[in-house]
Design a protein around this ligand. Structure first.
Ligand code: ZN
Length: 461
């Protein structure tokens, strides 16, 4: 099967002209569509139902116009119809293929997607990560410490493999607490840290400003929206360069990266270059489906050009971002992408301590207690830099004695069981909270690393 793929991945691909890149993308796309239409029950059914013959697609534009998008709900209903793998993976089970399995966050089956990857796809993923690491100046044998834990999630394991396959000496420290991570950083002096933006701030706060002497040169941020002023603060705090990245479990990869030009400044943001040879990026107007222009905001839609066994084709990511062609960046590469610090969610999802949290899932738990009348959720950053989520709960009648303590601990446990995060519950007196008509208004995000972004997101959507 791999033989059908044109040998298009070259070290100098990042220097190709836009037209040449598009030719490569289209060749890979044709091979992908031909393969998937004859092997994958999930996609071939969607296309058949919409009357689309993917083998007659004649251009990238044709592809965007004719091929339907897929999203989370499609993956979930597929898994529910054929648990636990869904039709998407049925053909691989028949072939007894070795699979890497990833779930999206959340502990319950509801809303938790399953994605897989084969070993040859892992190879493609390594090719993509090589860009991130090379652009940041890392070389084979350099040390990198991974602050993400290794779990069922994609984030953590994917970065681990990417860094390992590139030739780095990887310290998988993510399952330890912050103190132990800091001791490992002091002891081994890794050149790079790979993790999430807010966690690097947490480490700096725990260490009381001494992180600048630890010899770390590159911080690979990402995994959550963050503002440019925040990245700039992080660079000062660590005396290191920040490199941003964008990816998803659906892509099973980070595939957009900061080049050596860096994240930019609040006056002129840098960009995340998509690795166009491997992933087809579209940024579309969610209302019309049309690709947006340079500098306009739209929804990120991705197609992986190298996932033939476990394809992801025109997946809507529910992330809004500002589109930029490669020419926006001073580095001269033509890889297209999005502006740094421009990402916000289309569906009000919050990322708290690296976990995806939808307001409706919290609301379901709170309102399952017949004592709860109204509530509000406030997200903030604690003195040690970690995220804090506080739910202020207003009961219907005044609570006496241990009643309010019991309600608080019951709600905290229910939330913990459901989404694997502990929220602090403050029970307030009846009348203290105003009744809200809008679900989204019950949430306030005051976390410092995204304060600017919330404002931007609010004006865009
Ligand atoms: Zn660049």
């Amino acid at each position: 099967m791999a033989r059908d793929l044109p040998n298009v991945v070259r070290d100098d691909a990042e220097r190709l002209a836009p037209e040449q890149l598009e030719q490569i993308q289209f060749r890979r796309l044709k091979a992908l569509l031909a393969h998937v239409s004859s092997t994958n029950g999930f996609y071939s059914r969607i296309w058949r139902e919409r009357g689309v013959d993917v083998n007659s697609i004649e251009s990238l534009e044709d592809f965007s116009n004719k091929v339907p998008t897929v999203e989370k709900s499609d993956f979930i209903s597929d898994q529910e119809a054929e648990p636990p793998f869904g039709r998407r993976l049925r053909h691989l089970l028949d072939e007894q293929q070795q699979l890497m399995l990833f779930t999206t966050s959340g502990t319950s089956g509801q809303g938790q997607e399953l994605h897989a990857q084969t070993l040859r796809e892992l190879q493609g993923s390594a090719e993509v990560y090589a860009y991130m690491l090379r652009w940041a100046g890392l070389k084979s044998g350099d040390k990198a410490l991974l602050t993400l834990p290794l779990t069922m999630l994609g984030g953590g394991r994917l970065e681990y493999h990417g860094a390992h396959d590139y030739g780095l000496t990887v310290l998988p420290a993510g399952n330890y607490d912050a103190d132990r991570k800091l001791k490992l950083i002091e002891r081994f002096r890794p050149k790079a840290l790979i993790g999430t933006t807010s966690y690097f701030w947490h480490l700096a706060a725990v260490c009381d400003g001494e992180v600048r002497d630890m010899g770390v040169e590159a911080l690979f941020c990402g995994g959550e929206g963050a503002s440019l002023s925040w990245y700039n603060r992080l660079e000062e705090e660590w005396s290191a360069r920040v490199y941003d990245r964008y990816g998803s479990t659906q892509a099973r990869n980070d595939h957009m990266f900061t080049c050596e030009e860096g994240v930019g400044t609040t006056e002129r943001a840098g960009m995340l270059h998509n690795i166009d040879t491997h992933v087809l990026l579209e940024v579309i107007d969610p209302a019309t489906g049309r690709h947006v222009k340079d500098g306009e905001r739209g929804e990120v839609v991705i197609t992986s050009l190298y996932h033939l066994d476990t394809p992801v084709i025109r997946c809507r990511m529910k992330d809004l971002a500002t589109y930029r062609p490669g020419a926006y960046c001073r580095c001269g590469r033509h890889f297209r992408g999005i502006e740094i610090g421009s990402i916000s969610r289309l569906d009000n999802m919050y990322r708290i301590k690296g976990i995806n949290v939808w307001p409706q899932s919290i609301e379901q738990i709170l309102l399952s207690s017949d004592m709860v009348d109204e509530y509000e959720v406030v997200l903030s950053t604690k003195a040690d830099g970690a995220d804090e989520a506080v739910v202020r709960v207003m009961p219907k009648v005044p609570l006496v004695g241990k009643q309010s303590e019991n309600l608080a601990s019951w709600l905290a446990d229910e939330i913990k069981n459901r989404i694997a995060l502990r929220f602090r519950i403050d029970v307030v007196a009846p009348g203290e909270l105003e009744r809200s008509q809008y679900k989204a208004k019950r949430w306030t995000d005051n976390r410092i690393h995204i304060a600017d972004l919330s404002r931007r997101g609010a004006t865009a959507s």
